[in-house]
Design a protein around this ligand. Sequence first.
Ligand code: M6R
Length: 614
Amino acid sequence: MCGIVGYVGPQQAQGVVIEGLRRLEYRGYDSAGIALVHDEQLVTDKRAGKLANLEKALAEQPLPASTTGIGHTRWATHGAPTDRNAHPHLGRDGRVAVIHNGIIENFAELRAELESAGHEMRSDTDTEVAAHLLEQEVEDGADLTTAMQRVCRRLTGAFTLVAVDAAEPDRVVAARRNSPLVVGLGDGENFLGSDVAAFIEHTREALELGQDQVVTLTRDGVAVSTFEGEAAEGKPYHVDWDLSAAEKGGFDWFMRKEIFEQPHAVADALLGRRDADGKLQLDEVRMSVDELRSIDKIIIVGCGTAFYAGLVAKYAIEHWTRIPCEVELSHEFRYRDPILTRTTLVVAISQSGETADTLMAIRHAREQHSKVLAICNTNGSTIPRESDAVIYTHAGPEIGVASTKGFTTQLIANYLLGLYLAQVRGSMFGDEIAKVTTELEGMPAAVQRVLDGADELYALAGRMRDARSVLFLGRHAGYPVALEGALKLKELAYLHAEGFAAGELKHGPIALIEPGLPVFCVVPPQGRDFLHDKMVSAIQEIRARGARTIVLAEEDDESVAAYADEMLRLPRVSTLLQPLLAVLPLQLFACELATQLGHDVDQPRNLAKSVTVE
Ligand code: M6R
C-alpha cells in the first residue's frame, strides 16, 4: 500500500525516484507523483493511474534537473484516485511538498483549523493538512527537521511522511509512526523507501528506523531523532539479496517466478536449523527454555494467506506439542478482548512484517504481558521488531501480490516451531522429531517434482477458462489448502471461489453443487489415515450430483481415480506436511488462469501487497 521514495545525492533525482517507484509498484497503487527541488523552487507532476501515465507526462513535459526528490505511488484511502488527490501535496505557498503513507486520523479537525485560518485545501486527502502545517512551521522560522517533529506531535494515526522544502535544497526529511520506512545508505548519496526494493540497485546497506522517529537525509549524512527532538539511532543492516531477486528473471510475472523459486525458498527456510548432534536449534527465537516450557496456550494471528498458514500450523503444533492452539484473524483477535496471560504465546505470521491489523494485534498481546513470536520474511520490518522473538522465513523478496513462497516458507517456520517446542518440552521422542525433520529436509525435492508438472496445470487452466465459480474441498490440514486455493483464484482470476472443509459439505454447501461445477478436492495421504476414506466418500457424493472433480491425490492412490474428472498427482508425504505440496498446483492454476483471462497477475485490482492501514 503506497510506495515512498526519497533521494538526495549527485544523480538526477527524477531517474532514481521513478525507478524506485517502479520497484515498489508491486505494493499496489492507483496514482503516482513526484516532487523535485530545483533552483530553490519545487517542481511536481502527479497522475492518476499507473506509473506509465506519470512517465508519459514527464516525457512530454520534462521537469528541470534536480538532485533532490521524493516520489509516491498512492493507494487511495481519503479521496478518489484522481490527479488532484495524487501525492505530493503542497503547502499553501508551494514551498513544502509532502508524500504520505497511512491515515492521519485527526485530519478533519486539523483541516477545520487550517481552513478557519484561511488555508484553502486543494484535495480531498488527509495528507494535505500535513503539507500546510509543515509549511507554516518553516515559514515561521523552523528548519524542516524541527517542523517535522512539531507536526508529527500533533498527528494521530499511522503515517510515514516525507517532505522537501524549496528553501533547503539538499535535504529530505521523513518521519514514521506505524507505517513502513527504510533508509538506504549510499556513498555521498542517501535514499528512502517503503522497503529496500526502492533503492536495492544503488545500495544494500540499510538503516531500520524505530517507532516515532524523524530522519533527515543530506548527501553526506543521515540524522535520526525522536518526535520530541532528541537524538536517536537507527539500526544498520545489510540486505542479503540483490537486484536480480527484485527482477522477473525471464518470467512473465513475479508470481510465476516466485512459485518456481519455492524449492530454493523452502531449502533456505530450513537451512542451519540443526546442530552438530542433529537436534533442532532456532537461534532467532530469543526466548529461554524456561519461558518456552511455561507456555500453556498458543494463539496464532495473521491475515489472508498468513492466516491459512496458521490454520495448517494448528494441526501440527497441537499434535506435536499437546499445547492448545487457536488461530485467529488479526483484526478479529484485536477487538474481541481475547484471554491472554503471561503464559500465552502469540505467534504472528506476516510475510511483509508491516500488516497493520497484525501489528495492532501483537501490540495488544504485549500490553497484556503475553509473549509474541513473529514468523516473518522481511528483515527490518515492524512486526519482528516489536516482537519478543522471531523466526525469519528467508524466502527472499516476494513481489507478486499473491503470496506463494511466503506461504510455503511460513509453513516450514511453523513446523520448525512446533518441533522445537516439542523438543524443549519433551512431548516427542528425539527420534520422532528427527524423522519429521528429515522428511522436511526432503521437501525441496518434492516441491520441485510438483512444479515439474506445471504444464498439466496450464492445460487445465485452458480448459477452465469459462468457469464462473469454483469450489475447493479439503479435510484436516488439507482444509486450509482449500481455503488458500480459493483465495488465489479470487484475487487473481476475479472468480467466485470458495473453500470448504469436506465434512461440512452435507451441512449446506452441497446445495451449490450442480452439473459441471468445478471442484478441486485435496485428498489426504492413504495408509492408516482414516481421513482419506472420508474424503473419497465426499468426492463420490459431489460427483453423483454432477460436479466436475479435479482431484489432488498421492501418486499411487488409485482408490479415487474412478471419481476424478481430472487427476493431479502429489508425491507421497505425511498428512501434516502435505499442504506444502498440495498448495502448489493451486498456485500454478490460479496464476495461469488469470494470465489466460488477461489479468494483471502481479498487481490484481484493488489489492495492495503490504496492507499498512487497519
Ligand atoms: O504480509 P502479510 O503476510 O501480513 O500479508 C497478509 C495478507 O495481506 C496476504 O497474505 C494476502 O492475503 C495475499 N494477497 C494473499 O495472496
